[in-house]
Design a binder for this molecule. Structure first.
Ligand code: DLL
Length: 433
């Protein structure tokens, strides 16, 4: 089922006209209502009259996370705060937190895009959904909630945490859909085993997983453990929250809801567009939002994009899963490291769990040291020391060959790496640069 067939399957010529019209409108809107944008357009020498078609988007300046922090709390808004229905605030680790706000129409839009996403994943009206994303200032819980309401699902808003209760609710109320972070889906499988529930017998048939990076191997692991279809949902608070893009049941890239969130993929260094299929930074323009519309927002997420048609009939471009970040990439001894590479290696080694932590440190005047703590399962852990050493050696060798840097591997007891009910913390960077 396609939720909004008219827009999701629109032919490209009509879509281009719609996108151009919406771009002209939103640029005039922010120019008129947001002094920061007005000033910036003036400074970069672009006027609203220069924007005629969607291709003129490249004439516009970028917006960054720094702009959001610097304009705290409402400097980037185009609607006065009295006109907002909801405000979400992210807990910033450095500097000001990021504030986003929704008008009543923005909340409708949020419901609409998440309803589209849920349909993409295979949900149907009247299905039951267990929403185990956190509710509150994090946009996961409420975003999924609005979409599920729009689609006419029966919602069980468990929020995250209280895993045994989550599992009991699943057993008693048999929801067909589970929405949570992929790492929490795996965590719940662990716990299910402990309390004698066979995950393969679960009622969940469809998973709508996102909010953190995951891999194809993690997908296979979730799908085989829970006997369900695991789909990827992407979004970020600055743009709307979840519901920017979503995989359909073909699982061949995430459909971007481009009539409202126009995507570009650029080279992060030059700002120039990259070709379809090439990785680059995802940049999004919100074409219809009112509270805090963003022009060419740099997400810092790395993806590749394709405009090839999809078997499902939707005509939207699709982006790959998030390949990394322009900023969370770690540079160890001059080499770029993505934690997902380590995860990938671990998932291919029997006996290890996809729970790991990467600890990076540097003694004064020394080279970076990388220690990887890897959890092993109960069975392996009770093996003799010699076998454990062999396993450590294997992991070390494989990781070193992928990362091209020397690492130290330490196997740790089952369930000793702090679990998260939200996003897993994979990297502990102790270096002072
Ligand atoms: O995580 C929104 C969300 C909630 C998406 C629930 C999906 C499901 P933020 O907390 O603002 O918003 O974090 C946004 O999380 O820029 C990505 O780096 C990362 N991210 C989100 N979805 C995915 C995904 C929500 N499917 C940041 N795969 C984004 C990989 C993701 N990374």
């Amino acid at each position: 089922m396609i939720w909004n067939e008219k827009l999701e399957c629109m032919d490209l010529e009509n879509m281009k006209n719609l996108l151009s019209e919406r771009l002209r409108k939103i640029v005039s809107f922010v120019d008129k209502n947001c002094p920061l944008y007005h000033e910036r357009f003036k400074k970069t020498g672009v006027s609203t009259d220069d924007i005629k078609t969607i291709d003129d988007i490249r004439k516009l300046p970028f917006t960054t996370k720094l702009d959001m922090r610097d304009s705290y709390p409402f400097g980037l808004f185009s609607t006065p705060s009295t006109g907002l229905s909801e405000i979400h605030i992210s807990s910033g680790t450095t500097g000001n937190p990021t504030v986003v706000g929704y008008t009543k129409d923005d909340l409708k839009l949020w419901g609409e895009v998440v309803a589209r996403a849920l349909c993409c994943a295979g949900a149907k009206p009247k299905d039951r959904i267990q929403i185990a994303y956190g509710y509150g200032l994090f946009t996961g819980g409420l975003g999924l909630h609005y979409g599920a309401m729009e689609l006419g699902l029966t919602i069980i808003p468990t929020s995250s945490g209280q895993t045994k209760r989550q599992l009991k609710i699943m057993q008693d109320f048999k929801p067909r859909i589970l929405a949570c972070t992929p790492s929490y889906a795996l965590y719940m499988a662990d716990e299910a085993g402990e309390i004698g529930i066979d995950p393969r017998e679960s009622s969940w048939e469809i998973g709508v997983f996102g909010a953190e990076p995951w891999s194809e191997s993690m997908r296979s692991e979730i799908e085989s453990t829970w006997n369900m279809l695991a789909t990827d949902i992407y979004g970020l608070s600055e743009i709307i929250g979840p519901g920017v893009s979503q995989e359909c049941t073909h699982k061949d890239g995430l459909h971007v809801f481009w009539d409202v969130f126009y995507p570009e993929v650029i080279c992060p260094e030059t700002g120039e567009p990259v070709k379809d299929g090439e990785p680059g930074e995802l940049v999004i323009t919100t074409l219809t939002k009112q509270g805090i519309p963003l022009i060419r927002y740099r997400t810092r997420d790395i993806v590749s994009m394709t405009h090839e048609p999809c078997k499902c009939g939707r005509t939207s471009p699709r982006v790959s899963r998030i390949l990394g970040r322009t900023d969370d990439m770690i540079i160890v001894r001059g080499i770029n490291v993505f934690p997902s590479q380590i995860e990938h290696v671990l998932l291919g080694i029997e006996g290890t769990e996809p729970h790991y932590q990467l600890i990076i440190d540097r003694d004064k005047g020394q080279l970076d040291k990388v220690e990887i703590h890897v959890e092993v399962n109960e069975e392996i852990f009770s093996d003799e020391i010699k076998k454990l050493r062999q396993l450590e050696e294997t992991i070390k060798r494989e990781i070193e060959s992928v990362l091209s840097i020397g690492v130290k591997v330490k196997l740790v007891e089952p369930r000793t790496i702090a679990r998260s009910e939200g996003k897993a913390k994979r990297v502990i960077d102790k270096r002072t640069l």
